[in-house]
Design a protein around this ligand. Structure first.
Ligand code: ES4
Ligand code: ZN
Length: 326
């Protein structure tokens, strides 16, 4: 079988994908028209031409600009449905979707509009295709800890439909140490946690995340190799690192896929798995991410299988559901 087909058929768990980053150009422009939101792009090609990023911050500018077209419950439903149908086609058996309500509540959109649209689509997609999906509520680190606490309080009515909590946003200047009390509270309330760290921030941020926040997973973590002692500690702990190689190249955290640290991370015994991050903006779903990463880094099929199994093992599914996918 071809590499592409092998990667598509591999049973995969997608654990690091932002729902807002699944907004494809066609739907974005449709929603802009539907909701009469002015956007600076008239065609899908014009929008795609803007997918040239200097760094994480320049990407987040476009990502948050795209979010402005999402206004109504049906919009969140349509975004989630379109993504889950593509993920199902891509051989994703289970996915944990990051979603950041602060973007929308800040614009006066009710939390129920946003969450019920997403959660209804997750339930309907499961019935239609069999895909298993759950929600990770994501706070923005650039908004600070008080706003993260307010987010937590506001989503508690949906707590039984939230698989865990994460944190993304502008990393440089917003180190994990600013969120120690927030993560302690998440843990006290029994929630699973992840945190973006070491995407473009230094290894010291990954160390802070690991030691001070004690997350169940670390998202990215690619700069960890600058601190060999930390590599040994995190490898020994087995803490999953959800790596997104295509994203890292698009946001210029690494110069090219061929130079990506993934092989060194595997050699160091870290629990790494592969993910897409923002498939619409980086123009690569999970199957393509596996295939292009394998091609450019020369990964063999047993390695791809191991990466996919790491993803399944690192999911927040209950053990029986995890084992069914292994
Ligand atoms: C991110 Cl808030 C957010 N969304 C998508 N990708 C990200 N990377 C870091 N923060
Ligand atoms: Zn991410």
């Amino acid at each position: 079988t071809s590499l592409r087909r092998f990667c598509r058929e591999l049973p995969k768990a997608e654990l690091h994908v932002h729902l807002e980053g699944c907004l494809e150009p066609g739907l974005l422009l449709d929603l802009a028209r539907r909701n009469e939101v002015d956007v600076p792009w008239r065609t899908e090609d014009e929008l795609r031409a803007a997918y040239r990023f200097r760094d994480l911050a320049s990407f987040l500018d476009l990502y948050f600009a795209g979010c402005r077209v999402l206004r109504k419950r049906q919009d969140f439903y349509d975004l989630t449905t379109a993504h889950l149908d593509r993920a199902h086609q891509d051989g994703v058996a289970h996915t944990e979707l990051f979603f950041g309500p602060q973007t929308f509540t800040e614009q006066g959109i009710a939390l129920e509009t946003v969450l019920d649209g997403v959660l209804d689509a997750i339930a309907d997609a499961g019935e239609r295709t069999g895909i298993s999906a759950s929600l990770l509520v994501s706070a923005h680190r650039h908004r600070g800890e008080d706003e993260a606490f307010a987010l937590l309080d506001s989503v508690l009515p949906w707590a039984d439909r939230v698989a865990g909590f994460g944190m993304g946003g502008a990393e440089t200047g917003n180190p994990p140490e600013k969120f120690v009390r927030y993560y302690a509270e998440l843990r006290r309330q029994g929630f699973r946690t992840c945190v973006h760290a070491g995407e473009e921030g230094p290894a010291a941020y990954v160390r802070q995340a690991f030691e001070l926040l004690a997350p169940d997973r670390i998202d990215h973590g690619i700069t960890i190799l600058d601190d060999p002692g930390l590599v040994r500690e995190i490898a020994a702990a087995g803490t999953p690192l959800t790596v997104c190689p295509v994203s890292n190249v698009r946001l210029r955290a690494v110069p090219s896929l061929r130079e990506h640290p993934l092989p060194r991370m595997l050699d160091a015994g870290l629990n790494v798995s592969l993910h897409s991050d923002d498939p619409a903006y980086f123009e690569s779903g999970l199957a393509d991410t596996f295939a292009t990463t394998a091609h450019d880094l020369g990964l063999d099929r047993p390695t791809l299988t191991a990466l996919a199994r790491n993803g399944v093992r690192s999911s927040f599914l209950p053990p029986t559901a995890r084992h069914a996918l292994l």
